[in-house]
Design a protein around this ligand. Structure first.
Ligand SMILES: Nc1ncnc2c1ncn2[C@@H]1O[C@H](COP(=O)(O)OP(=O)(O)OP(=O)(O)O)[C@@H](O)[C@H]1O
Length: 462
């Protein structure tokens, strides 16, 4: 469903015409002709977008806008009026309207304004969701070409063939693999290569959401459906319309949620919590888990019928220790990403001894652990190259360990320089290479920042 649009205008013909236009575009329009009905409609329908005529029989349109925007701030407000003037346009935008249309307007003009308002509203909801759920939910951060297609290891070549196939179909995919092995990464790769690549990509970690909130997170809720459910909320499934939803740690889904998910897979429709309307959604599902689902089924913790529905196109992502041939390429790829994030012009590289040492470790935390080690290495590297010392590695290849503390043998001067370097690189990473911003975040002037960069051996133009 594309969203609800409230039209407030006293011209009955125009309202009918707009209702028809919006309905044919898949929106749910509600037309009213005065301020009183507009207040009621907002309280009952929680529209996504509100079109308000400035001249209404019972209230001034700008006043109504202020009132409604206060009560229902998350909607997008668009002013329509035959009495367009710069002054009222400025006033309306000051009071919260995102756009101003002067009658007569073209249907396309209106549809574009509604589409943009709807888009901003969805983005706001996503931001709110991100704030609410923190790391359990992530928006697609990757460039479509971020994943390499060819890895040297046979195990990964097989995965990439399956991923390519999955990208060409719209079927549900089940990703199995240890934590940190790259299931999320593969899911994004499939989405980016699929015909849905322009649609949204959402990921939710089913293990990290409290069971009592999981249903509302996934399916949304209607106002008042449970204590604390104030407005109407779209769930992730609805937000993923036209795109892909990754259900991470699917093995952790509660039994009632498993039943609701199964119904969705069978009917492609769902109801919000507290709602009755069957809402159709065109979202692709990818499920991932580091559990052995078959065992979960045997032990009665996971529904067998859901397991069979999920187990259509199953991709087993190997742990890093079973694909060590890929390590140099992964190191290069990750260092490239980290250098990009910091705005470095020349990517940081790992020297041979560092690579050999990394290859000798068994990586129980898989690529996530490798990435963390490299991130730390980048912060501590002196020379634009990662070496044994910047990795904080100690011991031989068999016995690779992180050294959490700085080595005792370092002088206070070296330790201070390492710390400064780590802080500066971290600030550059956070500011995505913007030196002005990085300087500000460290409480330094741009000039002092440049001086510090030079002092620790970083070229200004890197
Ligand atoms: N092929 C790859 N190239 C570069 N980085 C990768 C690759 N695969 C995974 N990573 C990185 O490794 C980290 C862990 O990957 P990811 O989150 O995909 O693992 P996961 O299997 O989904 O983990 P979990 O089961 O804990 O959710 C991420 O930072 C990801 O960007």
């Amino acid at each position: 469903m594309a969203g609800t649009v409230l039209i407030v205008d006293d011209e009955i013909q125009l309202v009918r015409h707009l209702e028809h236009l919006l309905r044919t575009e898949g929106y749910e329009p509600i037309g009213v002709h005065d301020g009183r009905s507009a207040r009621k409609a907002v309280a009952s329908y929680f529209p996504d977008v509100v079109l308000i005529d400035l001249k209404l029989p019972d209230v001034d349109g700008t006043r109504l806008l202020t009132e409604l925007a206060e009560k229902h701030p998350s909607a997008g407000y668009i002013i329509i009026t035959a009495f367009g003037s710069i002054k009222s346009a400025v006033e309306a935008t000051r009071r919260g309207a995102r756009e101003y249309l002067t009658k007569p307007f073209e249907p396309d003009e209106l549809l574009l304004a509604v589409r943009n308002a709807m888009h901003d509203r969805l983005r706001d909801e996503e931001i709110k969701l991100l704030r609410r759920t923190g790391p359990v939910l992530s928006r697609r951060p990757q460039k479509p070409d971020a994943a390499i297609e060819e890895y040297p290891s046979e195990a990964m070549q097989a995965v990439m063939v399956q991923a390519r196939y999955a990208a060409q179909t719209d079927s549900i995919v089940l990703l199995l693999g240890e934590s940190g092995s790259g299931k999320d990464f593969i899911a994004r790769h499939i989405h980016n290569r699929s015909k849905r690549s322009n649609g949204p990509f959402f990921a939710i970690n089913c293990a990290a959401v409290a069971p009592e909130l999981a249903e509302s997170e996934l399916f949304g809720h209607e106002p008042g459906s449970f204590t604390g459910a104030r407005g109407r909320k779209r769930g992730l499934l609805e937000l993923a319309e036209g795109g892909t939803l990754l259900l991470n740690e699917i093995g952790e889904l509660s039994t009632p949620m498993q039943a609701k998910l199964l119904t969705f897979l069978d009917t492609r429709t769902f109801t919000r919590v507290g709602g009755e309307t069957q809402i159709p959604v065109n979202a692709r599902l990818i499920a991932a888990t580091n559990k052995e689902l078959e065992k979960e089924v045997d032990q009665g913790r996971f529904r067998s019928d859901l397991y069979y529905r999920l187990n259509v196109l199953t991709i087993k992502v190997p742990p890093l220790r079973r694909r060590m041939e890929d390590l140099p390429l992964l190191v290069q790829e990750i260092l490239g990403q980290l250098s990009d994030e910091m705005g470095l012009q020349r990517p940081i590289e790992a020297d041979d001894r560092a690579l050999r040492t990394l290859s000798g470790y068994h990586w129980p935390g898989n690529i996530r652990e490798l990435r963390n080690a490299l991130e730390r290495g980048v912060m501590l590297s002196d020379s634009g190259q990662i070496n044994l010392s910047s990795l904080g590695a100690a011991g031989d290849q068999e016995n690779w360990t992180y050294m959490v503390n700085f080595p005792q043998t370092k002088s206070i001067h070296d330790i201070t320089r390492d710390l400064k370097r780590a802080l500066i690189l971290e600030a550059l990473r956070r500011s995505r290479g913007n030196k002005q911003e990085a300087a500000r975040s460290l409480g330094l002037s741009r000039h002092a920042f440049a001086h510090q960069m030079k002092a620790i051996g970083l070229d200004e133009d890197r």
